[in-house]
Design a protein around this ligand. Structure first.
Ligand SMILES: Nc1nc2c(ncn2[C@@H]2O[C@H](COP(=O)(O)OP(=O)(O)O)[C@@H](O)[C@H]2O)c(=O)[nH]1
Ligand SMILES: [Mg+2]
Length: 222
């Protein structure tokens, strides 16, 4: 649920990168962090173990466009993918506004992808949310590796619900389609926000939601 601060005229949205261990969630955030103008972002906070696996989460705050006098801020989080950290995943998912499900395209990771996707639905259900009501997109990461499943197979396994969502072929280690993914989920959640919020309804004539490119480093206006 977005947080609207009338005093500071800010709207905060929370986007969570969800997926199995080592699928590339931290790599997405690190790339975004590296490409965004430092004036428009905070530090990337990673709580990692010595083995470089996320223990709690990564956190990256971004400022983006101004909607009707309000600065929109996006808070990007990752979850720890390892099965045992489910309580942490539930905490990180609290009040989520948008989700990027990151799948590892390698055949050998298919079971883990499916398991993680199911786990996402279960954890949302525990906070009375249904995946179908949450803006989300799917990312097929590691497209540069050998031994990956074709996209139509991944679509069949991970994006075969009544409502098919946008999906992206990504190489997060080079940044390919990392911003396309983020922009897509931001656009969907901003659309939803414009439909539902008083700010959007009571302000100046309906304009289209800020361009998804708003989160691109060179287009950020804060
Ligand atoms: N070849 C390749 N390696 C990747 C890609 N994305 C992430 N990795 C590597 O996969 C490993 C796990 O990535 P990380 O972002 O830590 O995964 P997380 O557990 O989901 O946060 C790291 O060694 C990354 O460099 C990719 O698109 N291609
Ligand atoms: Mg990580």
């Amino acid at each position: 649920m977005s947080i609207i601060n009338y005093a500071s005229r800010e709207i905060q949205f929370k986007i969570v990168y969800y997926g199995p261990a080592l699928c590339g969630k931290t790599t997405n955030l690190a790339y975004i962090h590296q490409r965004i103008n430092p004036q428009n972002r905070g530090d990337l906070v990673s709580l990692a173990t010595a083995a470089d696996r996320t223990l709690f989460f990564d956190f990256l705050p971004l400022n983006a466009v101004v909607i009707k006098g309000f600065v929109t801020k996006f808070q990007l989080y990752t979850v720890p993918g390892q099965v045992i950290y489910n309580a942490t995943r539930q905490l990180v998912l609290r009040s989520v506004d948008g989700i990027v499900f990151v799948a590892d395209s390698q055949w050998e990771k298919m079971e883990e992808n499916v398991e993680s996707f199911k786990n996402l639905e279960e954890n949302l259900a525990k906070q009375n949310m249904a995946l179908d009501d949450v803006p989300y997109v799917v990312q097929y990461n590691k497209r540069d590796l050998p031994g990956i499943a074709p996209v139509n197979y991944l679509e069949y396994v991970l994006n075969n619900r009544k409502r098919r969502v946008q999906s992206f072929e990504v190489i997060s280690s080079t940044g390919q389609n990392v911003f396309a993914t983020l922009n897509a989920v931001s656009q969907i959640l901003l659309h939803k926000f414009s439909r539902q919020s008083d700010i959007a309804r009571t302000s100046t004539p309906a304009t289209k939601p800020p361009s998804p490119a708003a989160t691109q480093p060179h287009k950020v206006e804060a």
